[in-house]
Design a protein around this ligand. Structure first.
Ligand code: GH3
Ligand code: MG
Ligand code: MG
Ligand code: MG
Length: 333
């Protein structure tokens, strides 16, 4: 008979009786990878740990553990005696240095040698430690505890990340907001100064946008904002900054601009991308919209360098006013 199927049935029956605690089983999603030095060791571990979560305990080699193919396990149980340089401890530190597995729990099974001290293994980042001849029941309890803590950690990270996202992202367009733009821009200026590079700032404003709202309604206005945001974003590179800094105002920063005309070309491309095609409206029909772009370079074309980043944004703002008074739908420096 298939023993893991049997385990699943038994687990379900015990859960129905409210006896899951006694079986040291774990409720909810989870995956455990066992990385043993020898296949027979891995098979024995799996047999002994199986009651914890049948069907969700997999055997992996060092290479499979590092391949990040498929879902990342919540726990890696690693043999300290693993083949290869550094043994299992090296695998643990490799897993810790990867974004995908950084937060996985690691339980080290101390090898036959047992040479490494427990304190050292914990210092290297292990969450728990088992002797080579572990008691299966105790091991299941320890791993269940690790799974619970791992899940709480995941939940806290998700909450934190969501909070961070809400603090820096504009909900309408999904672009960064003004608060984030200020901090990012300061970092761009700092880095450019240190690397002796030129950076560019653009302030972009929709032309006659009030009349869009007045004539087509606020819903149409919002749809236009979303469409323009997409077009601007799609015409920039990953390292560029784009943020919505006001109702119908955007800020762009290009971190490394070898020649001033490169920034001009990007600004012109953005202007064209917006003008090119009418924006479809939610109630049907479409609308042609344009933007004006104020551009500032730092150092500027006179070579001035020691200038606070706010002054660069102010120059872009003044350039924007010029573009507006010169007839809109244009780039001005
Ligand atoms: P100009 O070419 O001089 O920039 O003209 P304008 O009409 O775009 O400029 P103005 O500053 O007079 O108007 C900006 C308008 O943007 C006012 C408001 O109706 C609209 N607006 C600001 N924020 C939002 C928003 O979140 N959603 C919508 N639908 N409209 C917004
Ligand atoms: Mg405006
Ligand atoms: Mg305006
Ligand atoms: Mg406007």
């Amino acid at each position: 008979r298939d023993s893991s199927g049997e385990g699943a049935v038994r687990g379900a029956a015990l859960r129905a009786l409210g006896l899951a605690e006694r079986a040291e089983s774990f409720e909810g999603p989870g995956l455990i990878a066992l990385v043993a030095a020898r296949p027979e060791t891995g098979l024995r571990w799996r047999k002994e740990l199986q009651a914890l979560m049948p069907d969700r305990i997999v055997l992996q080699t060092r290479e499979e553990a590092l391949a990040e193919a498929g879902p990342v396990p919540d726990i890696f149980v690693i043999d300290a005696d693993l083949d290869g340089p550094g043994g299992g401890l090296r695998l643990m530190s490799d897993l810790r240095s990867r974004a995908g597995s950084r937060h996985a729990a690691v339980c080290i099974v101390r090898g036959q040698m047992g040479g490494e001290g427990a304190a050292m293994i914990y210092d290297l980042g292990a969450n728990d430690l088992l002797p080579a001849a572990f008691d299966p029941r105790e091991a299941r309890l320890r791993l269940r505890n690790l799974l619970r803590r791992k899940r709480r950690g995941d939940e806290m990270r998700a909450t934190l990340q969501n909070g961070l996202r809400l603090a820096v992202v504009d909900p309408l367009t999904g672009l960064y907001n003004r608060r984030y733009a200020g901090a990012h821009l300061a970092a761009v200026a700092e880095r450019a100064r240190a690397a002796d590079e030129r950076f560019a700032v653009m302030v972009i404003d929709l032309d006659r946008f009030k009349s869009v709202n007045d004539r087509w309604g606020h819903g149409a206005g919002d749809a236009v904002l979303v469409a323009v945001a997409r077009r601007l974003h799609a015409n920039l590179r990953p390292g560029d900054l784009i943020a919505r800094i006001g109702g119908e105002e955007f800020l762009v920063a290009l971190p490394d601009v070898p020649r001033p005309e490169d920034a001009h070309a990007v600004a012109e491309r953005l202007r064209e991308a917006v003008e090119e095609e009418p924006v479809p409206l939610p109630g049907g029909g479409s609308l042609r919209v344009t933007i004006s772009v104020g551009l500032a370079l730092s150092p500027d074309e006179a070579g001035r360098r020691a200038e606070p980043v706010d002054a660069v944004v102010q120059r872009a703002d003044s350039a924007l006013l010029l573009a507006k008074s010169a007839g809109r739908n244009q780039v001005t420096i």
